[in-house]
Design a protein around this ligand. Structure first.
Ligand SMILES: C[S@@+](CC[C@H](N)C(=O)[O-])C[C@H]1O[C@@H](n2cnc3c(N)ncnc32)[C@H](O)[C@@H]1O
Length: 268
C-alpha cells in the first residue's frame, strides 16, 4: 500500500505520533450522548485506527482527496459507505446523521473557520467536537472578552458550547511539518437549547460588531440597525471586544425591546 502524497492545497500535514493521535481521540468524553462520530479529513488514518478500535462508536469518515479515499478504502474494507470521498463543507450532515453525533479531526487549516461555522449551523445535533487547528485559531475560539483574540467565532462558539483548550502540538510531529504550532480543542454542547434572545439578530449584531472592531458598537452597527434602535445604553459606547457573550445576548434583547417601543406608535 503506497502512502498518500501530501498535497499542500488540501492542507495535508500527516500526524506521525500515535500517542498524540490517541490523546486526540481520548478528547471525546461525552460518548454516553452519541454513538456516531464523523472524522473529517482522515488522510492516512492515524486517528481512524484508534477510532475504529472503539466499540462504543460507529465511525464515519470524509476526505476530499481521492488518493486518501482509495488508500483508506483498501486499509478499511469494512467501512463501506461510511467512508466518503467528498467535501465536508458540502456534506449534507442532516441526511447522514438524523440524531446526535460528534465530529473529530486533525482539520485542514485552510478551512478552519468554515468547519467551525458548519458545526455551529448543526449545533442541534453536534454534541461534541474535538479537533486540531492552527494554535492561533484554537486560542481565538477559547479567548475571553477584553482580549485581542476575542472575535466572532469566540462569541458564537461560546454561546452554544463549553470550550476546553486541550493541548498544543509542535510542527515536528507532522509530515510534512506545518509552519506553525497546532492546538487541540474540545467543544461540548451546553444545555442552552436556544439563546434568550432573537438568535438571528444576535448573529447579525455579533458579526457586524466585530467586522469593525475598532469602532464603538453605535458606529459598527449603523449598517444593520436603524439609529432609532440605538438609545443611550452603555453597550453602544463600547467596542465589540468589550462585551461578554451574555452582554451580546442582553444587547440583542434590548434592541428587540426597543423596536417594540418605537414601532408601536406607528402601528396605532
Ligand atoms: C491535516 S490533514 C490530517 C490528516 C490525518 N487526519 C492526520 O492526522 O494525519 C487534513 C486532511 O483533511 C483533508 N481535507 C482537506 N479539505 C477537506 C474538505 N473540504 N473536506 C474533507 N476533507 C478535507 C485532506 O485531504 C487531509 O487528508
Amino acid at each position: 500500500m503506497s502512502l498518500v502524497r501530501a498535497k499542500k492545497h488540501l492542507g495535508q500535514h500527516f500526524l506521525t505520533d500515535k500517542k498524540i493521535a490517541e490523546k486526540i481521540v481520548n478528547g471525546l468524553v461525552h460518548t454516553d450522548q452519541y454513538r456516531q462520530v464523523l472524522e473529517v479529513g482522515p488522510g492516512m488514518g492515524i486517528l481512524s485506527d484508534i477510532l475504529l478500535e472503539r466499540e462504543n462508536l460507529e465511525t464515519f469518515m470524509i476526505d476530499i482527496d481521492t488518493e486518501s479515499y482509495h488508500f483508506l478504502n483498501d486499509k478499511y474494507p469494512q467501512m463501506g459507505s461510511r467512508l466518503i470521498n467528498g467535501d465536508f463543507l458540502k456534506m449534507d450532515l442532516a441526511a447522514v446523521f438524523p440524531g446526535k453525533f460528534a465530529i473529530i479531526g486533525n482539520f485542514p487549516y485552510n478551512i478552519s473557520s468554515q468547519i467551525l461555522f458548519k458545526v455551529l449551523e448543526h449545533r442541534a445535533n453536534v454534541v461534541e467536537m474535538v479537533g486540531m487547528f492552527q494554535k492561533e485559531v484554537a486560542e481565538r475560539c477559547a479567548s475571553k472578552s477584553g482580549t485581542k483574540e476575542y472575535g466572532i467565532l469566540s462569541v458564537l462558539i461560546q454561546a452554544y458550547y463549553d470550550i476546553d483548550y486541550l493541548f498544543t502540538v509542535k510542527p515536528g510531529t507532522f509530515n510534512p511539518p506545518p509552519k506553525v504550532n497546532s492546538g487541540v480543542i474540545r467543544l461540548s454542547r451546553n444545555n442552552v437549547e436556544t439563546l434568550a434572545c432573537d438568535e438571528k439578530l444576535f448573529w447579525t449584531v455579533v458579526k457586524a460588531g466585530f467586522n469593525q472592531r475598532r469602532k464603538t458598537l453605535r458606529n459598527a452597527l449603523s449598517g444593520v440597525l436603524p439609529k432609532a434602535k440605538m438609545d443611550d445604553h452603555i453597550f453602544f459606547e463600547k467596542r465589540a471586544e468589550q462585551l461578554t457573550v451574555q452582554d451580546f445576548i442582553a444587547l440583542t434583547q434590548h434592541v428587540t425591546e426597543r423596536s417594540k417601543i418605537t414601532i408601536q406608535p406607528d402601528e396605532g
